[in-house]
Design a protein around this ligand. Structure first.
Ligand SMILES: [Zn+2]
Length: 163
């Protein structure tokens, strides 16, 4: 369970959003595509192929297709095991609303991509290079992530409960 000082993030009240979750050497952003209650009750979360496809595209976009002031500060981008969002680690802090716009830009880029354009999808550079689903990813972006990231529910403040 994630802990923020002496508080615990209440996942039952967690909304889609971008949260600064931990600061210890690196800045960790909880890029939450889906509210956990929506995942549990309605089965709305990334399937593993979608998570893998998003991982390749988001890592490539954030590291190579953004301004240097941002791209050179990206340490890591990868999916959460619960499949409701991604972690983004940076060497310096960024405003969640800035990251929201950047992620939306990256998603627009993925929506225009074709099957042979998945970054790093080769035997040499990936552990499972045929395990992708671009069409499913584009459907998930259009049907879930973009509506959630543009909705009024989008939040940058963790709902906390005292530990
Ligand atoms: Zn891979």
């Amino acid at each position: 369970m994630q802990r923020v000082n002496s508080f615990i993030v209440d996942h039952t009240r967690l909304e889609p959003g971008i949260y600064e979750s931990k600061i210890n050497g690196a800045y960790t952003y909880d890029v939450r595509f889906v509210a956990p209650r929506d995942a549990v009750k309605n089965g709305v979360f990334m399937n593993p192929k979608v998570a893998h496809t998003l991982e390749h595209f988001l890592a490539d976009y954030l590291r190579t297709k953004t301004a240097e002031e941002f791209s050179e500060k990206v340490l890591y981008v990868g999916p959460m095991g619960c499949l409701t969002g991604f972690y983004l680690l940076t060497t310096e802090p960024f405003e969640p609303q800035f990251l929201r716009e950047l992620i939306l830009e990256a998603l627009e880029h993925i929506l225009k991509a074709k099957d042979d354009e998945i970054p790093g999808a080769s035997e040499l550079t990936c552990g499972n290079y045929r395990y992708f689903d671009l069409e499913g990813t584009q459907n998930f972006i259009n049907g879930v992530i973009v509506p959630n990231f543009k909705s009024e529910l989008f939040s940058v403040d963790y709902p906390l409960i005292e530990a």
